[in-house]
Design a protein around this ligand. Sequence first.
Ligand code: M6R
Length: 613
Amino acid sequence: MCGIVGYAGRRPATALLLDGLRRLEYRGYDSAGVALLEAGGLTCRKTVGRLDNLDKLLAGDPLAGRVGIGHTRWATHGEPSTVNSHPHLDGAGRIAVVHNGIIENYQELRAELEARGCVFQSQTDTEVVPHLIAAEWTAGRDFLAAVRAALVRCRGAYALGILNAAEPDVFYAARKGSPLIIGLGAEENFIASDVPAILKQVAEVVYLEEDQLARISADCIELFDLAGQAVPVQPQPLTLAAESADRAGFETFMLKEIHEQPRVLRSLLESHLDVPGGPRAFDRGDLDPAAWRALKQVTLVSCGTAYYAALYGRLLLERLTGLSVAVELGSEFRYAPGKVGPETLFLAVSQSGETADTLAGVRCARARGCRIAAICNVDGSTLVRESDAVLFTHAGPEIGVASTKAYTAQLMSLIFVALCAARARGELTADALAEWDRELRHVPDALHYVLNRGEAIAAIAAKHYEGPSSLYLGRRFNYPTALEGALKNKEISYQHAEGYAAGEMKHGPIALINEYVPVVCLCTRTEDEVYEKMISNVREVEARHGRIIAVVSEGDHQLDDVAEDVIPVPALREELSPLVNVVALQLLAYYAARARGNDIDKPRNLAKSVTVE
Ligand code: M6R
């Protein structure tokens, strides 16, 4: 989704704005622009395509100034074009606005403004904002009051950066529904959509709250609510290390993040197992045993990859706790909230904590009296601030658009939640818990084993990446793994891919199989008949001449004569096997995308954090 940066300070703003925008590139974008305040007034440059285009434009036609705003646009209303890119200006060119979110009533506002003589340049929803502010300003209000009055009229979501040519030393920021942070430096201040943009510049941040407005200069930050009342500024230290947003020698962020997984899981294990009375579930607002026992239901809500993690969570919670567990897509739950109430633990799973559909689900559940818990990677995110209990995945910034380390951290986090719930509800003996503890501690090494097979997996990907379509099949705990493997493949390699519960194959997708279609089969050994059923499904693929890539438990040679390629992974108990299997699938997708020459960290059309509905 769109990225916003803003700067007021003593240094030339253009380079800082561009640097911040580059660090937000992972969010996905199709055009970019900046506006600066100079002695002569407000000037603006924008262009379609990558930031390099904007860089070139600015090199040929530079902008001076020490106050400015910048934007990368991910098109929602109006095609990617220079005229639709941000900043947008009012009719007199005195006010510039950058925006992330959607102004839902923009058509009605635009019609009203056009009737009053405003001339619009773009097809965007955003352009109503500078025109509205200008209308309120020329009606005699001071600028801050004009911005407030304009915002009150906007329905929908926004994070905004605003310049006013009449105030050359300041800029404004506002937020409702879309994230925005203020970074505090020495004699300079920033805004940004996300921490990586300003990580190298500041040591303290302020998370702008819903319906707050900020007036920012080099030396001062003032916060207001929409009624114009001043709000105290409460800076928080930035805890991330600056290098955590760098590629650290890897060719892409995604590859770096895939390789970070053993470390991420090890530190999660330590912080949840090696604590007095461990394991612990939530880092903040943990449930006591009585609260776990009082629960009647758990409902998980999430989107995309996090939804697949939630599907895994349901299987595990149901297996270990006997609780009834539902899994909901945020985008569906918000319009069809099932039965949830005060005895429901409503558990949102989200890397960013800013996904609009997940947040909408949370607010819907809150209104029905649920206790809200979150598994989230970003401290200070909206989800974290709106939850009663939080388990931080602490995976560090995930810059690659395709989620990898956040997923395995989410699976691990769900294991802690399930173990704690089961123990509190008397469903897990001390011996069984000790066995889990022992096996969990093997997981980081098991992931290393898979990562060390990177070259072999790359060779397999090189054989299959040109297929027209691919299928991913798994059962029970590895059904979500199949879904996630297929999603990774389509996101970055653009090869059509479908994940299926293997038993469903014969109900339709089997029609797709021929000698050109790779079929990735997750054949983890289980203690019951599920393994044999999976092998039967592999035979069905063989009979249709599908090209079988089998992910098997190390030492299992049953499929050596059937599969074109075999990827052995360490044998773990079935509930833990998705953690290793998915790493093999991440690598498979990664090397397929690389073989296709795709831009892996910035896949087409995708945004890292989906902050609009
Ligand atoms: O930040 P979230 O975990 O809430 O994001 C949810 C999805 O948008 C996200 O997982 C998306 O599907 C990723 N691109 C998957 O790789």
